[in-house]
Design a protein around this ligand. Structure first.
Ligand code: ADP
Ligand code: MG
Length: 533
């Protein structure tokens, strides 16, 4: 067992202790104990500890201890693989500096105007968080000097080397003064990375702070779903529908896929958006801010969001695609279950990927258990309970976010005056609100093996782009008029003057019967089975 210590026992400055108390940290985590003790003694260090175990404070506290606040030259450098991490680490360091106003932190990363950074640096600072590329830019422009650096930290060290930053990092470290302390941290670290790291380190202390051989924390439950490639989005919608997570991260392997899934979710009016490397820096910042604030609940991302990000309250991490590299599985799911909290991870696998998942389990030392997707009936039951709960709240005069019970009283009285029974009216309203088609495109038969195409049928709609029709409009129309849940509407292809919409076969004739002859955006709508040619 690891010993446990309070921060007070760690021989750190009272101003820092005060800030740590304000942050609500009680005991130091094992990596924090090792880092603080060893770095204060002046050693170099290679540290591996699981995701969410507080590695930032582990290096930041001793770094702050080292710094001379009266000298406004750069004394500490933190290299990070992504711009988001640069900003996040700087924020955490600033929180620890709450009672040390003399120490200033700046961040430099690509995508932000270099002149802005230069004027920010001119105000004087002691700590910099940086991506390696941008730090080198500043060195080449002579807008930055390394000669006073006492400590350099490579956070997510293995990732920076994997991303091809090795030459940049070599160049940066070779220009650092000696003696200085070099620190390498990550949740995953192969022998090769350690070997490379040793070139720049002097007799480093090596720490691996886990009592077991697992790379993932026990607080994260890990489950997988064996699905057909074509049904992944349906599966995703269904799980989101079932759980309604307050915050979820959905990882895809490509930027294109991430953008596509986010669009798909948005077209169904779900609170989702995408984060990937093709977006401009300002957009990335905005999306991160909106995700942190809860404005975006479900973020569909590439691996730019896999490393290091610390966002409170992520309930579920989805691997929509199984990651190509095993380490990424560890980092992706590590965005939940942080600082001792619990979290869930759901991984979709298609066919032979089960073998890759077995390798991942061997690598992480933890088990991923199989699960079947919820049926439409199960989802309906969940919706029903949610609805009943809200109705009870409305009846009790409940919450300001809900309508008042009196609003439709006159309409209900009119129905009753027509001779309908009040109970029957209430039940009919619930039936209307909760309607789900009887056949489930996914379940019943061993649905995950059956070809999915035979349970979905393609319908022809006589409107398209020219009529200003979007995916959202068609999903909305089908949901509103036919009672088919948005999540059950399949792929939609909007062409110039017509569109194709996949719907579960069991509701196809209902949809045709209801919508053929209807209007959309002022245009008369024709709906029929798409011909097979
Ligand atoms: P890692 O880099 O190991 O993934 P972070 O440094 O991002 O972890 O910290 C994860 C979360 O834990 C952060 O929200 C941080 O504020 C919190 N945290 C850090 N140290 C402690 C502590 N000693 N006690 C409680 N929470 C902590
Ligand atoms: Mg970290």
């Amino acid at each position: 067992m690891e010993e446990s210590k309070t921060f007070e026992e760690l021989n750190i400055d009272e101003d820092i202790l005060e800030a740590v108390r304000d942050l609500g940290y009680e005991t130091a985590t094992p990596i924090q104990i090792s880092c603080i003790e060893n770095l204060l003694k002046g050693y170099d260090l290679i540290g591996q500890s699981k995701t969410g175990t507080g590695k930032t404070a582990a290096f930041a506290i001793p770094m702050i201890e080292l710094i001379d606040p009266d000298d406004r030259r750069m004394q500490g450098v933190v290299l990070c693989p992504t711009r988001e991490l640069c900003m996040q680490s700087a924020e955490e360091i600033r929180k620890l500096l709450k009672y040390k106003p003399g120490i200033r932190v700046v961040s430099v990363y690509g995508g932000q105007p270099i002149n802005y950074q230069i004027s920010d640096m001119r105000k004087g600072f002691q700590i910099m968080t940086a991506t390696p590329g941008r730090l080198l830019d500043h060195l080449r422009r002579h807008t930055l000097k390394l000669d006073q650096v006492q400590m350099v930290v490579l956070d997510e060290a293995d990732e920076m080397l994997d991303m091809g930053f090795k030459e940049d990092i070599d160049l940066i470290l070779s220009q650092m003064p000696e003696p200085r302390q070099t620190v390498l941290l990550s949740a995953t670290m192969g022998e090769d990375v350690k070997a490379i790291a040793r070139e720049f380190m002097e007799d480093p202390v090596e720490i691996r702070t886990s009592e077991d051989d697992h790379l993932t924390v026990d607080e994260i439950s890990q489950e997988y779903f064996d699905v057909k490639a074509k049904m992944k989005t349906e599966a995703l919608c269904r799980l989101l529908d079932l759980e309604m997570p307050e915050r979820a991260l959905i990882f895809c392997n490509t930027k294109k896929k991430a953008a596509e899934i986010a669009e798909e979710l948005k077209s169904r009016d779900l609170p989702a958006d995408a984060l990937h490397g093709d977006l401009k820096q300002a957009q990335r910042d905005l999306i991160m801010r909106r995700f942190r604030s809860g404005d975006i609940k479900w973020l569909v991302a590439t691996d730019v969001a896999a490393r290091g990000l610390d966002i409170h309250g992520i309930d579920v991490v989805f691997n929509y695609d199984l990651p190509d590299e095993m380490e990424f599985y560890v980092h992706r799911i590590g965005r939940t279950g942080r600082a001792g909290k619990t979290g869930k991870s759901y991984t979709f696998i298609v066919g032979k990927e089960i073998e890759k998942l077995a390798q991942i389990q061997e690598y992480t030392g933890s088990k991923v258990t199989p699960r079947t997707l919820p049926t439409l009936q199960e989802i309906e039951a969940v919706h029903k309970n949610r609805l009943l709960q809200e109705v009870r709240q409305i009846l009790k005069g409940g919450s300001p976010s809900l309508p008042s019970a009196g609003k439709y009283m006159a309409d209900v009285e009119a129905l009753i005056a027509d001779g309908f029974d009040a109970k029957a009216v209430a039940s009919a309203l619930m039936a209307k609100l909760l309607y789900t088609p009887s056949a489930d495109p996914l379940s019943k038969r061993p649905a995950l093996i059956v070809s999915d195409s035979d349970s979905m049928v393609k319908l022809y709609f006589s409107v398209g782009r020219k009529q200003g029709v979007r995916v959202k409009d068609l999903v909305g129309l089908i949901a509103a008029k036919c009672g088919v849940p948005a999540a059950s509407v399949g792929h939609i292809d909007i062409l110039e003057t017509f569109s194709y919409v996949d719907v579960p076969s069991s509701v196809a004739s209902d949809v045709i019967g209801t919508l053929d002859g209807d209007t959309i955006k002022g245009f008369k709508l024709g709906v029929q089975m798409a011909s097979s040619k």
